[in-house]
Design a protein around this ligand. Structure first.
Ligand SMILES: [Mg+2]
Length: 133
């Protein structure tokens, strides 16, 4: 795992996730995006090993970003990249149908913790590269 993207409209949420992630994987390059439109462009331009994607954002929601990005991957015969959806609550997650959940690798309910990050990373098949403090 070399490069990841953190997408969240709340600056503090990005900072927390970045801090927690860096405390586990200190050599990974972390890019950030504050809305779905910027995120989608970055995802098309860069092959991220993993993207943490907030669901509720202004301008373009996370679910729309995922749909558009999966279309882009299909059109360009690219493998499905790892996307972890971030949702604010279990209730929020109920707003989304199973089709959406099938489009992402996994999802995390905020607040984000180290354990949740480790579980999500494991879902992406990166468990062997885990480095403990
Ligand atoms: Mg949000």
């Amino acid at each position: 795992m070399e490069r990841i993207l953190i997408v969240d409209d709340v600056d503090l949420n990005r900072k927390i996730l970045k801090y927690l992630f860096k405390s586990i994987y200190n050599n990974v390059i972390i890019d950030e995006a504050e809305n779905g439109i910027i995120a989608l462009q970055m995802m098309k331009n860069e092959n991220y090993d993993l993207t943490f994607l907030d669901i509720h954002m202004p301008k373009m929601n996370g679910d729309e970003v995922v749909k558009k990005f999966r279309e882009f991957e299909n059109k360009n015969s690219k493998d499905r990249s790892n996307i972890i959806a971030l949702s604010g609550s279990l209730e929020e997650n109920n707003d989304y149908d199973k089709n959406f959940l099938h489009m992402v690798t996994d999802y995390m309910i905020k607040p984000i913790t180290k354990d949740k990050i480790l579980k999500a990373v494991k879902m992406c098949g990166y468990s062997k590269s885990v480095r403990f403090e």
